[in-house]
Design a protein. Structure first.
Length: 462
């Protein structure tokens, strides 16, 4: 389990400038959206002029694509699909701190069959926010029906030993086949840690006590629970059912006040869920509903309520399990470009995504001030075959490279035991980004189902 950081004394800022998009239609590349159809659709794309308001997410953030099934030694991750950044400064400063990329390789180590460690050197203790935060994991690969989860994460000393004074953030990942047995699998993983409170926008929580009937998390005291409103998070649960209701007080679906000038509007948001712990259980989003309160004859959204269901990885039956959940109406992973979508017509060949569950936001910035620009048009959604879907975001910029790394997370949605994985993602036509996902029954058979997915990138539209 040992690994050593690379270039531990160097830091590097990744600042990228890009021009506006063009409209084309061309054959697909190996990582493009239309992997099965052979053609990438082009959409008209135009950027609005930046607004005058300033908005940025001061988050410690990291992500990685582990694209191999096995590793013989600690291996640097592909820089096209990995990122490791800390928010240097204080979240309340004006402008808030821009996350600074650490010029150190993200390392992937295989510990045993189906067991991996991802090391983010300098992430633990190097930023202003300490250790805690949230981790999400998704299995990756064409036809891969494994399920991956986070076992644990925390600071290590660079030699594989957990240590309260360690500077390396280590994330331990476990992957299982549909029978519930450990198996080798590629995966994507990300980490985010925030302490700012800009208003209704986002929240995360690690529900570590999976058997408690009712829990309340004070987001000002628990490093693994946070809300942009500063409000508490409660979790209600009937023991033994595998069902959890997570209530995020103050999360009204509104965009932060500073973001409104960039065309960002209220939406229901998106949810990411990953089971945690050493069992083979897996978890998903069951439902996302606003909780309303009444004042006179008018109703107002007072909180977001996310229902989470967890299942035994051997039987597919409901079971109690710890889990990690992230909710956001803006930028779930805090990167310069973010997009999310809700696939809620699993049997339809093509349709436009539900704009109440969609946001595409880009930050214009010069390294000092960052201004959001939201693209409120719905993405194009496709069903290629049973359980296999494509999502096409128009206008997000399609550069793939070390200066613009990107990441994708997908979570199945609904009350049944289906689950979803990432197939691939990459540039479509000149201004588009395509994502392919695939979904399965608990037994690993392709199956149509609803899903929520998030795309994150370091593309800078300025």
């Amino acid at each position: 389990m040992s690994s050593e950081p690379v270039n531990t004394d160097e830091k590097k800022k990744r600042v990228v400038r890009r021009t506006a998009c063009r409209v084309t239609r061309r054959n697909s590349s190996p990582r493009s959206l239309a992997l099965l159809s052979g053609v990438v659709l082009g959409f008209v794309c135009a950027f609005n002029e930046p607004a005058s308001a300033s908005y940025w997410i001061p988050a410690d953030q990291a992500f990685v694509l582990s694209s191999q099934y096995s590793y013989t030694s600690p291996t640097p991750a592909d820089e096209n699909y990995s990122w490791n950044a800390i928010a240097e400064g204080q979240p309340e400063q004006d402008p808030p701190p821009f996350p600074t990329g650490i010029d150190r390789d993200v390392l992937i180590t295989q510990v045993a069959t189906g067991s991996y460690r991802v090391d983010f050197p300098g992430q633990a203790g190097a930023g202003t926010m300490g250790v805690g935060g949230a981790v999400q994991v998704t299995a990756y690969g064409d036809g891969n029906n494994a399920r991956c989860k986070v076992w644990q994460w925390g600071p290590t000393d660079g030699n594989g030993n957990y240590s309260s004074v360690g500077s390396v953030l280590s994330v331990d990942v476990l992957c299982f086949n549909p029978a519930g047995t450990l198996t080798n699998s590629p995966f994507t993983a990300n980490y985010i840690h925030r302490t700012d409170q800009p208003g209704p926008e986002a929240a995360y929580v690690l529900v570590s006590n999976s058997s408690a009937s009712s829990q309340e998390y004070n987001t000002g005291e628990n490093p693994y629970a946070w809300s942009s409103t500063g409000g508490s998070i409660t979790v209600n649960h009937t023991p033994g059912t595998g069902n959890y209701a997570v209530e995020l007080f103050g999360q009204t679906g509104a965009a932060p006040a500073d973001a409104g000038a960039g065309g960002c509007i209220a939406n229901y948001g998106t949810v990411e869920v990953t089971a945690s712990g050493g069992s083979n259980a897996y978890c998903k989003v069951d439902d996302l509903v606003p909780e309303t309160t009444f004042h006179g004859q008018k109703s107002y959204v007072a909180a977001a309520v996310i229902r989470v269901s967890c299942f035994d990885g051997s039987t597919g039956l409901r079971t109690d399990s710890p889990f990690n959940m992230v909710y956001s109406t803006m930028a779930p992973n805090g990167t310069l470009t973010e997009a999310f979508a809700f696939g809620n017509q699993p049997g339809t060949a093509s349709y436009s995504g539900n704009i109440q569950y969609v946001n595409m936001v880009q930050e214009y910035g010069d390294g000092q001030t960052y201004i959001p620009h939201c693209i409120t048009s719905a993405p194009a959604m496709f069903r290629w075959q049973t359980g296999r879907y494509g999502i096409l975001f128009s206008g997000l910029g399609n550069t793939v490279g070390p200066s613009t790394p990107s990441y994708v997370k997908v979570t199945a949605f609904g009350s049944d035991s289906t689950f979803c994985n990432v197939v691939n993602w990459g540039p479509g036509s000149n201004s588009d980004v395509g994502v392919n996902v695939q979904c399965f029954t608990a037994a690993g058979v392709p199956s149509d189902t609803d899903f929520m997915m998030t795309y994150s990138s370091l593309f800078n539209a300025f």
